[in-house]
Write a protein that binds this ligand. Structure first.
Ligand SMILES: *Cc1c(COP(=O)(O)O)cnc(C)c1O
Length: 456
């Protein structure tokens, strides 16, 4: 099959793709929310290709039935959402337009990316002094933010890490209460080391850091610049560090405040929950995810910082053939990059502030409902108050093995998908609501699937 044959068939190929996409979307309500992968034989690289239409048909025949409904309404695993109709349309066009936002000046795409960062700033209520960048997700946003924090801390000790590396530095103190695993991974990638993080005690019964304990640590630093990693939306319970207290402490002791708000930053969309983020605007750097509560397809996260100069010192890319200092490529680990602002632009323009207020409020009220249902159930026990969109609970009197058996029953049943965790050393279960399409009617199905899972 020649590529030019496929080019002549472009219309038919895209029609078949559209058809496949619609069939998949229409299956979401009935497709299992998760499924264990099957063992199957691998295809080999064909000497002569099949052409796009037969490749598509082959993929669909072999794999499509085994894909999960993770973008559907009852996937409650990680805090990932689905794709809004506008975001999906935008994402299709990202591939079609295939613009490289790695350099300014050849296409309007980079302008749209800047504009979209502005829309997000407005959605989150961030002052204009925060400059942003699009990355692939919150892990990379944390990586970029902590690299910038490292640059700041080292500069305070007279070293430009970007130029000279870490070689002459003592370990830079990093403090956190319950930092996300991706923060630890980022510290490994940054050469700072996973072990550099010092866990600060949490408030009793909470996943939020004890500010008094943090202050005790900051007070004895003796001029060492420290990085404080705060959680705005802790992944097990949706708890929030007290950003107002933490930002005041960081100001007082001259520390860097990084806020990981991968999903929790979206509390800003709902006036009833925006108070959880009080103090956010004093942060030095902020992480948020697009492929969680914004409900754009995967491969979307954002980082904001008020220190663009330091940020660009780390990520600047200079070569005779590249553009000037204002390019967005001086803000990201990648050089060539997809136009990932477009799905975000599309969904923000399509649904606006009130659309996101509604999505966030609905997800939170569904989580509240499940929390109440669990409190009433004889089989389950609520482990933490539902503060946002995550319900953390346990199967009564179950050890980790029984909990896992229950979760695999539930997965096999397929109506919902939940993920395991530990809370206060108890084998626990978490249900996260972040999908725009989950409705009130789903509450009863979710509860029924949970109760049924205890019977097998
Ligand atoms: C999901 C999550 C991350 C990591 O995000 P990815 O998009 O999976 O890279 C980081 N921090 C928090 C709080 C999260 O919930």
């Amino acid at each position: 099959m020649s590529l030019f044959d496929d080019q002549r068939q472009q219309h038919t190929i895209l029609e078949a793709t559209r058809h496949a996409a619609l069939e998949f979307l229409n299956s979401l309500a009935s497709r299992p929310a998760g499924r264990a992968p099957h063992l199957m034989s691998h295809d080999v690289l064909p000497e002569d290709g099949l052409g796009a239409q037969r490749a598509l048909a082959t993929f669909r025949a072999k794999y499509e039935a085994l894909l999960s409904a993770s973008p559907g309404p009852r996937y409650l695993g990680f805090v990932t959402g689905g794709s809004t109709p506008a975001a999906l349309a935008g994402d299709w066009l990202v591939s079609t337009y295939d613009q490289n936002v790695g350099s300014d000046g050849d296409s309007i795409a980079t302008t749209v990316e800047r504009e979209t960062l502005g829309l997000l700033r407005s959605l989150f209520g961030l002052p204009d002094l925060f400059e942003g960048a699009f990355v692939t997700g919150a892990t990379m946003a944390n990586f970029v933010a902590l690299a910038t924090a490292r640059q700041w801390a080292a500069a305070r000790l007279g070293i430009d890490v970007s130029e000279q590396g870490l070689w002459r530095l003592p370990p830079l103190p990093v403090f956190g209460g319950s930092p996300h695993a991706s923060v630890i991974k980022a510290l490994s990638m940054l050469g700072m080391g996973r072990q550099v993080v010092e866990s600060i005690p949490l408030l009793p019964g909470r996943m939020a850091v004890d500010p008094t304990a943090l202050e005790a640590r900051l007070a004895v630093l003796d001029g060492m610049p420290a990085i404080v990693v705060a959680s705005a939306g802790e992944v097990n319970t949706g708890d929030f560090d007290d950003l107002e207290r933490l930002s005041a402490l960081c100001k007082r002791y001259g520390s860097w405040l990084h806020v990981d708000g991968a999903f929790g930053l979206f509390a800003a969309c709902d006036p009833a929950r925006a108070h959880l983020l009080r103090g956010l605007d004093a942060a030095d750097s902020i992480t948020a995810d697009g492929h969680k509560w914004l409900n754009v397809p995967y491969d979307s996260g954002f980082v904001f910082t008020r220190h663009l100069d330091l940020h660009q010192q780390v990520f600047k890319v200079t070569a005779a053939y590249l553009g000037d200092d204002s390019d967005l490529s001086h803000r990201t680990p990648e050089d060539s990059r997809r136009f990932r602002a477009l799905p975000a632009w599309m969904t923000l323009m399509a649904y606006g502030r009130s659309g996101y207020r509604e999505v966030v409020a609905r997800c939170c009220s569904l989580a509240q409902q499940l929390g109440q249902d669990i409190e009433r159930s004889p089989h389950f026990e609520l482990l933490a108050p539902v503060r946002l969109n995550i319900v953390c609970f346990a199967l009564r009197n179950a050890d980790a093995m029984r909990r896992d058996r229950f979760l695999s029953n539930v997965k096999e049943d397929g109506r919902i998908l939940l993920t395991p965790t530990f809370f206060a050393e108890k084998p626990a279960i978490r249900a996260a609501f972040a999908n725009w399409s989950t409705r009130k009617e789903d509450s009863a199905v979710i509860l029924e699937a949970l109760e049924d899972g205890t019977e097998r």
